[in-house]
Design a protein around this ligand. Sequence first.
Ligand code: IFM
Length: 445
Amino acid sequence: MKNPQTMPEFPTAFSWGVATSAYQIEGAADVDGRGPSIWDTFTHTAGTIIDGSTGDVACDHYHRYVDDVAIIADLGLKAYRFSVSWSRVQPLGYGDWNEKGFAFYASLLDQLEKHGIAAHLTLYHWDLPQGLQDRGGWLNRETTLRFAEYAAEIAHRFGHRVVSIATHNEPWCTANLGYGNAQFAPGVADTALAAQVSHHLLLSHGLALQAMRAQNCPAKLGIVLNQWPAMPATDKAADVAEAEWEYARSVQWFMDPIFKGSYPQKALDRMDLSRFHVHAEDMEIIRQSLDFLGVNYYFRAFVSTDNPPKQPEGKLGFSDMGWEVYPSGLTDLLLKLHAEYENLPPIYITENGMAVADKMEDGKIHDEQRIAYLKMHLQALHEAMRCGVNVQGYFYWSLLDNFEWNSGYAKRFGLVHVDYETQQRTLKESAHWYRDFVSKQPQAK
Ligand code: IFM
């Protein structure tokens, strides 16, 4: 797929937005009673983050949210996806609520309402309260109950003010990067534990949906999964089998329990199940109906059994993260989900974006690569919709350059450049392009 010149038209009711997450932008780590999360502990541990940075200040969004929301409005966007920092509203993850923390999110929602921007809230974007980690974190089944209580409280306070609530963002990362290879907080490397954590995350998702529905929460309820199609490097049987396994252990591992009530056998066959405990009732709890599914798409998995493994050609280049730009993978993925899951709810593309080594020249950032990326992915998305996939919105990742986890501030995904010395925000060329593109889309009257 080439950088397209003509852009397609999306449906009138389609939501156009941007996404962020609490720890990556808020800063104010110990302000107004916020408790520490596992990411505070992790970033303050030597050797965990490439540039030695932390999210203590990040984009200082906690103090600048009024201006940041004004930027979203200025871009002509009508949807904003953000996450709540659990330890800001409940410092330990159990026990007392922190009213000042809730007040911050209430003020953020006020600003969004003022500009007519629909709020899409995520409950958990990786920042577990340290107080719960001290009790065993996601390895402790009790954490699933605490999560459901937290979900119910948010639904009770904000459920009528937001369009959607997602339980988890990318539980694959929490499990596999947090517990599988120690790249993310809490920094554990044990794949058997990662499997157990993923089960508790799914269980907590099911319990949270039940708890929010018990509150008659009017918001649409769902989950956000990061997904990729797995493509064999060659048509050798070994590569094909490996790609099937990769797809089973990443995409189907989360989709099958939610939509089919069971884990994929192909993944189970190769797993260390010695510490994998599933209670009899769990799978029915996990299999709650969803009002929406959030899909985060960045790249495909290119699967080779050669040693060393074959690498993708990357005809459309690679991002500054080293991720292959592969827009047609989004079409393939969505069509595959559509074919595979009968009860698939409407989809939002809750994240899609590109890290670029942006350079400021004469006060401007000419991020042509990001514009091309956007165009190609929107084209690919449109193609999936043309083939019948029900997609209702697109959120670019991210509004702002921000704290990119173990890459610190070294990777820039934003439509808006952030100077971390001055906290000055500058719209990149891609932001102008996105504004222009969205302004030409049919608008609901
Ligand atoms: O920055 C992250 C985000 O927190 C979750 N999805 C992927 C993004 C880019 O790595």
